[in-house]
Design a protein around this ligand. Sequence first.
Ligand code: IVH
Length: 675
Amino acid sequence: MSLKTSIIKEYEKKISLLKKHNKYYFDEDNPKISDAKYDVLKKEIIDLEGKHKFLKKLNLNQGVGFSPSNKFKKIKHLKPMLSLSNAFDKEDMKDFISKINNFLNNKKEIDFYSEPKIDGISATLVYQNGKLIRGLSRGDGTTGEDILENLKTINKIPEKIKGNNIPNLLEVRVEIYIGKKDFKKLKENFANPRNAAGGSLRQKNSNVTAKIPLKYFAYGFGAVEPMIFKTQSDFLNIIDLWGFSTNPLIRKVKNLEEIEKRHSYIDTIRSKLDYDIDGLVFKVNDLKLQSRLGNTSSFPRWAIAYKFSAEKAVTKIKKIIIQVGRTGAITPVAQVEPVTVGGVVVSNATLHNEDEIIRKDIRVGDTILIQRAGDVIPQVISVNLSKREKKSKRFIFPEKCLCGSKTFKDINKTTNKEDSVRRCNKGYECEFIAREKLKHIVSKDALNIDGLGKKVIDRFWELGLIKKPSDIFNLKFEKIKNLEGWGELSINNLNKAIDKSKNIELDRFIFSIGIRHIGQENAKILSGFFKNINNFSQLFESESRKKILENLIELDGIGETQIVSIDNFFSKKINIEILKNFIQKLNIQEFKEINKEGKFSNQNIMFTGAFEKMSRSEAKALVESNGGKVLGTVSKKLNFLVTGDSKPTKKKVEKAKKLNIKIINESDWYKILNL
Ligand code: IVH
């Protein structure tokens, strides 16, 4: 063992010991060593880091200073705390603007509000009649944790708002951070300011929080009654007058050019700011337009985070390996000499696919430039050919999957060209695919099992504890008890999380199965169609499947690609066997119609042609938020067909007439909507 390796080993041992004692002390209120001994251990770790700078880069020490607690009360947010989709360049921003214009069917310029995206910890403050009554962490976006007492220790978070016309209910969303200068004083204890802010906010004892110089910027609102704000700029200006802290760099901008200008300006000054920012958020300023735009299942359509240029670094490729994804996609990955990119040690970079390797002629031994943007896996940007060794050889992409099976490339139906992604021709039979499918099943948007992340699945897989979905529910906890890193508390928590996950909505279940081309949105559409698991299980039999698939084409959003994919999935015996066992372990809830009480409650509507005042997407969103459903084909189920003035399809109109279905023109449609 080299000296470096033995230092790392010793360091890791101490960190894991400290984590164990943190748990005893903070989570279980049951310290197993004296305070003095604990302090010695902490000091040893900090001393080691001081002596050997490379240890810090391992990023293992994320809370030696004080450890966060898990003991906060969980409270549901009044309105979900969504996250943002990302843009990385001008093209992405152009796309963002044109999607908005398309959705709103708008041709005029729209005002955007530009705000720095603070890299901190988000929280929400609820005021009733001007008095701060609740303070929650973001949590999973739906449910947060009660950290009110800790939030109250932050200067400039008003406990009582002073001002006029304060709404009875006002929820202010804030981003909490530690200034860079203040962080210097805490530096030896944390990897970065964000971790320090997070750790400090999650102290059980608010006196500890009070000692940390936390600051914040307010950036948005949740529930507000009555709604008195008209624009985002209005909102921020008014709450600034009421004593909240708002960012001084917020500005109105009105087109792509101004967006670019603002983005590059802030990029040039960002190192001088006293807080970390990782991009700018651009929001549609008019709140009426924001509400027309609404959200997709995870992001608002009216805002985006325009990230600053990714950090780059030079390194060398040690080896090229392939990885198999849950849909069988084979991705080449470059294992590189570890290098720090933007504060994180990187040792892998994605090479995307075979074509990319050929195009860039990437070889083992090459010196490459890599970049890391946000949380995505670093990418290879270019190869430095002048540094290539003479004896280097072209990389031959393997024709077989890691499991030994044949691979294939799909033919794209519209372009008739071969796909660039190679895929394994197996499903669950391929152990690499099976393992990835399990990771998907337990992930946040599927079963959402806390404590059963990707690394744990890998470990349990290798130990033979989980090989198929139903195994999750037959875990042998006595075996886990003896594993390094697992204690009574974590096992208990895992057991609870698994138990909780058994109660699952039909759409989450459908999404969890991981049928190709069935993402969250499509899973929701399918769950509305099948209504319950019994109906869904009819897909298992080939006769009934055929009939169902014929009907699926009626659903707006489900097309040929999805139908073929569903058919392929259920044609495989092994999938059905695995699913049957999985379903037995679950309590799958019936689909609940939401918003049933709207204007279009229980109605099926179809559109043909384009409207002047709104796009098809907005029309669809309006029907759905008012309790109706949009169908994709003319059938007897339709309550009415709406024809836009521009280019309605003749065939559809004729078919509707034949079936005696009510037909409504564009101006009637606006009347129904009171527009
Ligand atoms: S707006 C629905 N504005 O970024 C709109 N977020 O990725 C949601 N953040 O959870 C966010 N500065 O923690 C918004 N000026 C800003 C922000 C900001 C930081 C954080 C916030 C949010 C996350 C979204």
